[in-house]
Ligand binder design. Structure first.
Ligand code: ATP
Ligand code: MG
Ligand code: MG
Ligand code: MG
Length: 471
């Protein structure tokens, strides 16, 4: 039988312990000492103090399994096989100790050795930065990969604004012809958007400091920072099509089936909702477990929007009552081996989620009242189209989701002026872009978040799967 997710996580930590690493426990999702970050979004985010030299670790070799939240991938969640807002990143780190050669050799050994993961080596290919001849040589000569499986890619440079940066190399697993075999498909190569080649592991070679004035200077001590998504690794180990089919998600999906009375796998639209809800409930549970609370700003606002977004997708499954809180228990159970916190705080988390769900249902009811006024006014004037301005105002001022507006308006026998709505949305986006420009080019977590709030596309009422905003 395939390894469980618990066993896969354990193997990773055991492997690097054998290689002389100290295992650090997962840190809280809420950053303690980093005002530039809303959430811990990678393993290395918790290691900044070592990477920038403020603290010298007892052992320069560290490894962890780190809870992470990324909202920049939100549009993908439920639609790709591999993206989450909450996921675990497995990482090994060298603080001025070993460098490229060991990082590459050990990643390869962990993935291909029968003792550890045991992947078929022929399925793996890698990308490197075009100027990183050193990494290229290691992959070709020490590991023995053929030329066509070491791909030079300009994007392989890790730079998140100020701080350590450098070239990286990524490891991809070929899931085979069933995932697409048209050689003319430009997306069909490691690093492309096709999911045949699943990106599993990113090895970052931090050799420069990205300074405040955007210059790069070599670091006195070079560091290794790697990150591998546990969920993806488990998908490959358990030989299932998506992360949502692994033991990390199946029990949540089953619980959603139970609560909603719908069946997963019957209808693609509905399945998106299943996956999105399963994803968001983990994020919501863990972030509340780590001390975040829904609110109107910063972290709490993200949490609120994620939860509201899940509630709206629950509508696709016919759920008109609060129900997300009923999923918290199963999240706690799945994760308790390594992360006991959700289990321990279960009743508190459930209460927070339920209260927030109830509030959102109220907002929706208020929005509906307003919508009623809009349609009644239109009807009394003999109009057949609801203006895009009205839809936008409901959305922008009252937080009423445009897809719900469209659904309601169509049911009432009206059409929506989508063009006008788009004009309003575009104006809002450019206002947001202008605001962002002022804050510099650094791609901080905040900038990524501004993006999700402004990239909503509303393509019309016949198409309900497009409102990708976090509400
Ligand atoms: P992708 O190209 O698939 O979006 P990425 O290149 O943005 O991934 P990295 O920043 O390199 O991801 O993160 C390191 C690793 O963490 C990835 O190789 C992947 O295994 C995992 N990972 C990254 N983002 C996510 C996510 N949103 N959900 C689940 N796993 C993720
Ligand atoms: Mg990504
Ligand atoms: Mg990538
Ligand atoms: Mg990557």
């Amino acid at each position: 039988p395939a390894l469980t997710s618990t066993e896969v996580r354990r193997r990773f930590l055991d492997f690097f312990e054998e290689k002389g690493h100290t295992i650090e426990p997962s840190a809280s999702l809420v950053p303690h000492e980093d005002p530039t970050l809303l959430w811990i979004n990678s393993g290395v985010a918790t290691m900044k103090k070592y990477f920038d030299g403020r603290v010298i670790p007892e052992n320069p070799r560290l490894a962890n399994a780190q809870k992470s939240i990324r909202t920049n991938d939100i549009e993908n969640v439920g639609r790709t096989t591999r993206h989450h807002t909450f996921f675990e990143m497995l990482g090994n780190f060298s603080i001025g100790d070993y460098f490229k050669k060991e990082a590459i050799e050990w990643a390869w050994e962990f993935l291909t050795s029968e003792r550890w993961i045991g992947f078929d080596a022929d399925r793996l290919s890698v990308t490197v930065h075009p100027e990183d001849d050193e990494a290229y040589q290691y992959w070709r000569e020490i590991i023995g990969l053929p030329e066509e499986r070491v791909i030079r890619l300009e994007e392989n440079f890790w730079d998140i604004g100020q701080g350590p940066s450098g070239p990286n190399t990524e490891i991809f697993y070929d899931r085979g012809d069933a995932w697409g075999d048209d050689p003319r498909d430009p997306e069909l190569y490691p690093g492309g958007e096709n999911e045949r080649y699943l990106e599993v592991w990113n090895l970052v070679f931090s050799q420069f400091n990205h300074n405040a004035d955007d210059t790069y200077t070599p670091l006195p001590k070079k560091n290794i920072d790697t990150g591998m998504g546990l969920e993806r690794l488990v998908t490959l180990v358990q030989d299932v099509p998506t992360n949502f089919d692994t033991d990390l998600f199946r029990p949540i999906i089953r619980k959603v089936e139970e609560v909603s009375g719908r069946t997963y796998g019957e209808n693609e639209e509905q399945d998106i909702a299943f996956r999105l809800i399963a994803d968001h409930v983990r994020t919501v549970s863990f972030s509340i477990g780590d001390g975040a609370l829904p609110s109107n700003e910063g972290r709490g606002y993200i949490l609120r929007r994620l939860l509201r977004r899940a509630v709206r997708y629950a509508g696709w499954l016919g759920q008109e009552e609060p129900f997300m809180h009923r999923l918290v228990g199963v999240v706690g159970e799945i994760m308790e081996d390594y992360y006991p916190e959700v289990r321990e705080k279960q009743s508190f988390i459930e209460r927070v989620v339920k209260t927030e769900e109830e509030r959102f249902h109220e907002t929706l009811n208020d929005g509906l009242k307003m919508l009623k006024q809009v349609t009644e006014r239109a009807r009394s004037k003999g109009e057949t189209v609801i203006s895009g301005k009205d839809v936008f105002r409901l959305y922008d001022t009252y937080g009423f989701p445009p897809d719900l507006t469209a659904e309601y308006v169509v049911d009432e026998g009206f059409a929506v002026d989508n063009e006008e709505f788009e004009v309003e949305m575009e104006a809002q986006r450019s206002r947001a872009r202008a605001a962002r420009k002022d804050s510099g080019s650094m791609q901080t977590q905040e900038a990524l978040l501004t993006d999700i709030e402004t990239t909503s596309t509303f393509v019309g009422y016949e198409h309900f799967d497009v409102e990708t905003n976090v509400q």
